[in-house]
Design a protein. Structure first.
Length: 407
């Protein structure tokens, strides 16, 4: 049994590792091509018929890059496609969503103090919301309203603020922030899979058939790629937020998430303007700093401490009823709760690490798996064993968790 639990934790680690690696590849290539496109010299009459060119140096060599506004005169034999970085990032991210938030819905996705619902209902809301995001966004982009890109981005921001409020009204704070990131990332990957790649395939087919490709396909793909560029930084913040209760455990977590999207715009606007050689808009950094200070202030307002049920329910109940819980309850209160409390007594802590509280039976039961992995099977908690937890106590934690799972 121990091996299966540990293997599950390692599976999560492996999938998270893949997710980070593929995200780096996707974001890196996306940022590179946006910077390349904006920085092209388009004032040169190129014999190749290309729209612009740029010389670059990297890794000891020089690169001469040219971009065709629609397509070259003939189809090249060795065309490289950039798509799997995006697909792999979304697929590995959704796998993490399943492993952590769907399989552990009663512990990580649902917070009865926010909205009491079944695991099935929570998962259904999660999947339906991701699908809704793409459908609504795509329909707006394809409508007359989407012809004005600035107007379109304002409406998209309003939708994101609405979804931030919605998610924090139905899910736990941690799950809400992560879902807003998944909501946005789904739009970004669907842009690649449903719009950008099919449009590029149409252009390739036209070239192969000897037809002149229509310029509209490149224009549409560029619009969606630009949207992805401005959404990238907020998605990264939201994916990291589940490690920081200052972001997700605040009463104003939905507002923090909304401001993060504005920060993403100001930061990307600075670099995009720089790449276009249209000046050095230092004002964007003042705006970004102001937004971040506002976020810090909101996060240090009274931490969101919704009243949790005193009685454990659902999947958590078996951990309370399992043999050895009384001993584990005393161990956790003696070794962990000085930090993991609504008002920590440990010097320097103003709130519980990662927003985890371990003061009641219900709270301890809801964190059973993490207690087992980090303080029973592993020695990550307490940090540096500051509260001097004994090997015998760790063994009792393991025995209790084993009894609950096997019972």
């Amino acid at each position: 049994m121990y091996d299966w639990i540990a293997m599950g934790a390692w599976l999560e680690f492996a999938v998270r590792w893949v997710h980070v690696i593929t995200a780096i590849a996707w974001i890196g290539s996306s940022f590179y091509f946006i910077a390349l496109d904006l920085g092209l010299h388009r004032d040169r009459n190129l014999k190749s018929g290309a729209d612009g060119e740029e010389w670059q140096v990297h890794g000891g060599g020089f690169y001469h890059v040219q971009k065709y506004l629609v397509a070259p005169a003939s189809m090249p034999d060795d065309l490289v496609w950039f798509k799997w970085e995006s697909y792999s990032t979304w697929l590995s991210g959704f796998a993490m969503l399943i492993l952590v938030y769907y399989l552990g819905a009663e512990f990580y996705l649902i917070d009865p103090a926010v909205y009491d619902m079944s695991a099935g209902m929570g998962i259904a809301i999660s999947i339906a919301s991701l699908a809704f995001g793409w459908i609504a966004y795509d329909m707006i982009c394809k409508s007359k309203f989407g012809d004005n890109n600035t107007r379109l981005m304002v409406l998209l921001y309003i939708i994101l603020v609405g979804m931030a409020y919605f998610y924090t009204s139905v899910f736990s704070g941690r799950a809400a922030m992560l879902h807003l990131g998944a909501f946005t990332a789904t739009i970004m990957t669907a842009n690649v899979f449903v719009i950008i790649m099919p449009n590029q395939r149409i252009v390739v087919a036209d070239l192969q058939a000897g037809r002149v490709p229509h310029a509209k396909y490149g224009k549409i793909a560029k619009q969606r790629s630009t949207h992805n560029n401005y959404l990238t930084l907020p998605v990264i913040f939201l994916m990291l937020s589940n490690h920081y209760p200052l972001a997700f455990a605040s009463e104003y977590n939905w507002l923090i998430a909304s401001l993060v999207f504005l920060m993403g715009v100001t930061i990307r606007h600075y670099f995009n303007t720089l790449h276009m050689r249209k000046g050095n808009p230092i004002w964007t950094w003042f705006a970004t700093t102001f937004l971040f200070i506002l976020i810090m202030w909101l996060s240090t307002a009274p931490m969101f401490q919704a009243e949790e049920p005193e009685e454990a329910s659902g999947a958590a109940l078996r951990f309370v009823e399992a043999e050895g819980f009384e001993d584990v309850h005393d161990i956790v209160l003696g070794r962990c709760s000085m930090c993991h409390a609504a008002e920590p007594s440990w010097d320097g802590l103003l709130w519980p690490p990662k927003g985890v509280r371990l003061e009641t039976e219900s709270q301890i039961a809801r964190q059973a798996r993490e207690i087992y992995l980090q303080a029973g099977l592993g020695h990550a908690m307490p940090p540096a064993n500051l509260s001097f937890i004994e090997p015998e106590e760790r063994a009792k934690i393991v025995a209790w968790y084993t009894a609950a799972i096997e019972g």
